[in-house]
Design a protein around this ligand. Structure first.
Ligand code: PRX
Length: 654
């Protein structure tokens, strides 16, 4: 192999039993897709999904980029995830729940069927929820969150989950944009053995009366006292009691929406990424099978939160579609200590473990020797997702957690891709540390330049997917133009607009792809996508702020931290006032949530702008990283501002 990164071969014993056993099999699948793209997808859609009515067209490209998959077909995603397993897996654990305080619950497929049907009946009968209605889910990591998702799928309602760490303002924006009429929440939950509240946040989000929310359903979790709004708020625990455990699934068209999930882009307003039914669930299942290679008696754990796409596809939809046992964990993986995940691996004999590099770095830093204290020999596949993993964290994960025998699948994908797009296959792909390796079969991923030409090996380019795939984003809710502009506006290949991920990437002479990070104004904090424009919009709400520019800065644990340059109105001292910093961070907390708090806030006399008023963020990024400035600054409106900013930043960093 020509690249100088070390290479690790798949474990032979594991490979013997794997679904894809070697690179010959991988290439055969890839070639099958290349030679007959529609035939490949049609074969899998027939093989993997249970259709109420068969589809008649595999792919319709006539209204690109609004691609349609499996038209003519009807199915129901909750049936894919539950009903079809009942004949063979009725008593198998579908979900194993472990609460923050160690409380446990096992939900079999039969129990899941009853719970989801009752929930679906509740939504229909008590709240009048119908096919196509939007339901916002603002929930902790408890089984009822999964029931809520699947209940929506069962009756054809479109769920939009908002991560429980988002503030009232962020929740309100998402509720408004989706025009949701129902919000499902909980009184709160537990974090590090202490109760925290969610219902209060919902109340605050709805208090202005600007939404069309009619009903709020509250699941009891921590039993803390909450306020009730008569006629709007209802107790799940009360209403669910008399519901029938049978609810006929709504037959859904392949292209009927399944869910919306808001994610950050390069403007201040998050985008409602829309995923539809058949294509999404097909790829969720196929990637579960290929990438994690979960076997019938395996137990699989993904540590994500259902508020993010990873939680959607790889805690709920993917594992359940394939009939697996998925762990749902409410807690914090370093609580009560950094041995918590390994204790759980030992206890549940977990076979596949999937987490983010930030979590791996924290576990490595705070509990380097913890894995040794437990029997974690059940592990077979280790996954990472959400951000580039650095080689030291990778090495520890591979050697100390995986005992040098487990494959590490560095899965590259996005909210918009619905499921993995570039990833090793654990029984087939020789892996290189911190490298997502190769596109999955059926995904035509190419690294192109701005003119749509393939870049040579070793040169950085734009990570594109040049053919539509079944689980791709179907639209930005309510904004077709933004959808086209955001994803199909930058790169054309042979005259045809292709999907651009927003990421840079590089491939080596073995064809191995390494993701180099975002090329737009999106930063990646602890594996969570954050639009700099969103943080800037929040900071601008402070009455004394005149201008602001936010950039990412490397962070030892979080991958990237948030660095804000702020120009205050009528200010000429640039004292780095602690009170002001606190006020600004409080606004961010209120507008977005704790996840967007700035690591650095620096008050500066001006921002480096071109004569046309564009902020030269590259200069600000270089200063934040303490790197030399390589850009030509002579074209700036006021070149002297760069030196002033540099000296202020240096003095703050001492
Ligand atoms: O920049 C890439 C990074 O995470 C972004 C997608 O974020 P989000 O939509 O929130 O979904 C996260 C979970 C899929 C991508 O544009 N990213 C994701 N996976 C990797 C990654 N960067 C490097 N390596 C990865 N494996």
């Amino acid at each position: 192999m020509s690249d100088n990164k070390p290479i690790f071969q798949p474990n032979r014993e594991f490979a013997k039993e794997a679904r894809v056993k070697n690179m010959c099999e991988y290439h055969a699948l890839q070639n099958e897709a290349m030679e007959d793209y529609e035939g490949f997808w049609s074969r899998y859609a027939k093989e993997k999904l249970d259709w109420i009515e068969p589809f008649t067209t595999t792919l319709d490209e006539s209204n690109a980029p609004f691609y349609r998959w499996f038209d003519g077909g009807k199915l129901n995603v909750s049936v894919q995830c539950i009903d079809r397993h009942l004949s063979s897996r009725k008593n198998k654990a579908a979900i194993i729940f472990e609460g923050d305080r160690g409380d446990k619950q096992i939900i079999t497929y039969l129990e899941l069927y009853y719970q989801v049907n009752k929930f679906a009946n509740l939504l229909k009968e008590n709240f009048g929820v119908q096919k196509g209605d939007r339901v916002v889910i603002y929930m902790p990591m408890i089984p009822e969150a999964a029931y809520a998702m699947l209940a929506c799928a069962r009756i054809g309602a479109i769920h939009s989950i908002v991560f429980g760490g988002f503030s009232a303002e962020a929740l309100k924006d998402r509720i408004e944009d989706a025009k949701a009429k129902v919000v499902i929440t909980a009184d709160g939950a537990y974090r590090k053995a202490k109760p925290y509240m969610l219902k209060d946040v919902v109340d605050k989000a709805l208090e202005s009366g600007s939404t069309v929310v009619e009903k709020v359903l509250i699941v009891e979790r921590n039993n803390e006292e909450i306020a009730w709004v008569a006629g709007r708020d209802y107790s799940y625990n009360e209403l669910i009691k008399d519901k029938s455990p049978i609810c006929q699934p709504e037959p859904m068209d392949s292209e009927d929406p399944l869910f919306l999930l808001y994610t950050s882009g390069s403007t201040g307003k998050p985008k409602g990424v829309q995923h539809n039914s058949a294509g999404y669930i097909l790829w969720a299942q196929m990637t579960m099978e290929w990438v994690f290679d979960v076997k019938e008696n395996d137990t699989y754990w993904c540590t994500a939160d259902i508020g993010w796409i990873t939680g959607h596809t790889y805690i709920v939809y993917g594992p359940l579609a394939m009939g697996a046992t998925t762990i749902m964990f409410e807690g914090v993986i370093t609580f009560p200590d950094a041995g918590r995940p390994w204790k759980m691996v030992e206890e549940y004999k977990i076979n596949q473990f999937y987490t983010a590099p930030t979590a791996i770095r924290v576990l490595h830093k705070t509990g380097e020797n913890e894995p040794k204290k437990y029997d974690i020999s059940s592990l077979k596949v280790l996954g990472t997702v959400g951000e580039p993993i650095d080689p030291p964290a990778w090495k520890w994960y591979y050697e100390e957690v995986g005992g040098s025998r487990c494959a590490i699948v560095d899965t590259y994908w996005q909210t918009e891709t619905g499921g993995h797009v570039v990833s090793p296959l654990p029984g087939a792909t020789p892996i290189k540390p911190a490298c997502a390796t190769m596109p999955l079969p059926g995904i035509i991923a190419e690294i192109l330049d701005e003119n749509g030409q393939k870049v040579p090996a070793g040169e950085k380019g734009l990570m594109c997917i040049t053919r539509p795939w079944p689980s791709m984003i179907r639209g930005v809710w309510g904004d077709d133009e933004r959808f086209k502009k955001s994803y199909f506006g930058d790169v054309k290949k042979e005259g045809q607009a292709v999907y651009f991920t927003g990421d840079g990437a590089i491939y080596d002479e073995d064809g191995y792809i390494t993701i180099t990070g975002r090329t737009d104004d999106v930063i990646n904090v602890s594996g969570h996508r954050m639009g700099t424009a969103e943080v800037e919009a929040a900071i601008k709400k402070h009455t004394k702020v005149a201008e602001v520019a936010v950039v990412g800065k490397p962070h030892e644990i979080k991958g990237e931290g948030i660095f804000a340059y702020i120009v205050m109105k009528g200010e000429d001292s640039f004292a780095q006032e602690v009170e002001l910093i606190k006020e600004i961070n409080n606004i961010i907390k209120d507008e977005i949530g704790n996840i967007a708090l700035c690591d650095d806030i620096v008050f500066v006399p001006g921002l480096p702008k071109t004569r046309s008023g564009k902020i030269m963020r590259r200069i600000l990024r270089a200063i934040a990283k303490n790197e030399p400035i390589t850009q030509d600054t002579s074209t700036l409106e006021d070149p002297s501002v760069v030196e002033k900013i540099e000296s202020i930043v240096k003095s703050c960093m001492i």
